[in-house]
Design a protein around this ligand. Structure first.
Ligand code: ADP
Length: 448
């Protein structure tokens, strides 16, 4: 279903014209109100009255997370504090939290893009949605909440964590939709199985998952465990929150539509900052086109992905591929650039391992080493009658595990070009999400 068909299907030339008009207006607005941007424009020799829009956008230097910190808390606001209706903070995954503000109009836009996203995910007015995104300063909970209400859903605002309560409500209230981080949806799927809750004891049909990178292997686990169709929702506080882009339920695996009428995307080279060709991987950069409390131009998200048009009949907006990681998650191991999510593609191709893994980088002397810890699939362990914690000694006593370990390490070497030590673990040995984001990468090297 399309929540705003006219805008979601706006022919590209008209979409470009709309973006152009809006961008020119944002530049004039920021120049009149935010000293940080006034300086940026002056440095770039930009005269806001003659700024030509999209074709001049590249002249503006990137806005970075550090700019938010330098202007903490309200230095980037374009309206007086009395006109700010709500404050949020980013979750602080990569450092001190950053503050963002919204006018009532911005909150309307936020609700609109989330409503659009949920409709694309398969949600229909009248359905119930269990919102297991965290409520509070994090944009996820409230962001999804108001978008869901706008679409006409009944919201169950349970927030993240409290797995007992989540499972109880899924059975008692029988919502059709769950919103959660993918790692927490994995926990719910796993707990259902562990507790012997029959799939028909719940009524879920759709899962809307985001806030952290995830993969097809995780999609498979969540889809079969919760009997849902799971789609990706992406967003970040600095731009608005969740609902910057969303996957369509009928086009799963082909990318997420970016709501381009509000958020103008670019993908640039991680090192040079120059645009890359359509479809190439690089850092995602966004300019807000309609926000009023805190418009941001050319925000360097640090998220690595690609964008492309696939001329879908459903919508005209550009799509983005899955996030391959953050630029600062990229590990340089013995001179090879490596994103931990690359390991996930290999996991997805090996049915003998589960979707739970962790990448650990260490340094011995001057040599970087990477270990991949991965849980063996439950059916494999059951077949060989192993239910204990898996130790290296136990692995060595089982030919099939030694073989698995070998073929995993070989696939890593062949596909990524690095030798990594593989450690096989039993079910439940790796950390699980407690309701929020889960980090699957540990960099234990002291690089200073
Ligand atoms: P923080 O940067 O502190 O985590 P946010 O809560 O604003 O703050 O999170 C935004 C970030 O979360 C994005 O920049 C991205 O790295 C990650 N993220 C959000 N949604 C997704 C998604 N669907 N897939 C991958 N990563 C995501």
């Amino acid at each position: 279903m399309l929540f705003s068909p006219e805008i979601e299907q706006l022919p590209l030339p008209q979409l470009r014209a709309l973006q152009n008009t809006r961008l020119k207006e944002q530049v004039r607005y920021l120049n009149a109100r935010v000293p940080f941007y006034q300086r940026k424009f002056a440095e770039a020799g930009i005269d806001p009255t003659t700024f030509r829009g999209l074709e001049d956008l590249h002249k503006i230097s990137f806005t970075r997370k550090s700019d938010f910190r330098d202007n903490y808390p309200f230095g980037l606001f374009a309206v007086p504090e009395t006109e700010v209706s709500r404050l949020h903070c980013s979750s602080g995954t990569t450092g001190k939290a950053t503050v963002v503000g919204y006018t009532t109009g911005d909150l309307e836009i936020f609700a609109e893009v989330v409503a659009r996203s949920l409709a694309a995910a398969g949600c229909r007015p009248g359905m119930k949605m269990q919102n297991a995104y965290g409520y509070g300063l994090f944009t996820g909970g409230l962001g999804i909440h108001y978008g869901a209400e706008k679409l006409g859903l009944t919201v169950i605002p349970v927030s993240g964590g409290s797995t007992d309560r989540q499972l109880q409500l899924l059975q008692d209230f029988r919502p059709e939709i769950i919103c959660a981080t993918p790692s927490y949806a994995q926990v719910l799927a796993e707990e259902m199985l562990k507790r012997g809750i029959a799939p028909d004891a719940i009524n879920l049909k759709f899962a809307v998952l985001g806030a952290e990178p995830w993969t097809e292997a995780i999609r498979q686990q969540v889809e079969s465990g919760l009997r849902v169709q799971a789609t990706n929702i992406y967003g970040l506080s600095e731009i608005i929150g969740p609902g910057v882009s969303q996957e369509d339920v009928d086009e799963r695996g082909t990318g997420s539509y970016i709501w381009e009428d509000h958020f103008y995307p670019e993908v640039v080279d991680r090192l040079t900052g120059e645009p890359v060709a359509e479809g190439e991987l690089g850092v995602l950069v966004f300019s807000t086109l309609t926000k009023k409390a805190m418009p941001i131009l050319r925000y360097w998200t640090g998220d690595i992905t690609n964008i492309y048009y696939n001329h879908s009949v459903k919508r005209t907006h550009v799509k983005m591929g899955p996030i391959r990681g953050r630029a600062d998650d990229m590990l340089i191991i013995r001179g090879v650039n490596f994103f931990p999510t690359q390991v996930e593609d290999i996991i997805a191709s090996l049915p003998e391992v589960s979707a739970y893994y962790q990448v650990v980088a260490t340094r011995r002397g001057s040599l970087d080493e990477v270990e991949v810890n991965v849980e063996v699939a439950e059916h494999v362990l059951r077949e060989i009658g192993l239910f204990d914690t898996l130790t290296e000694e136990l692995v060595q006593q089982h030919d099939c595990l030694m073989k698995l370990k070998g073929s995993f390490a070989k696939k890593i070497k062949d596909n990524i070009g690095l030798s990594m030590r593989v450690n096989l673990l039993g079910c439940g040995q790796l950390p699980r999400s407690e309701g929020g984001k889960l980090s699957r990468v540990k960099d234990l090297r002291d690089l200073k």
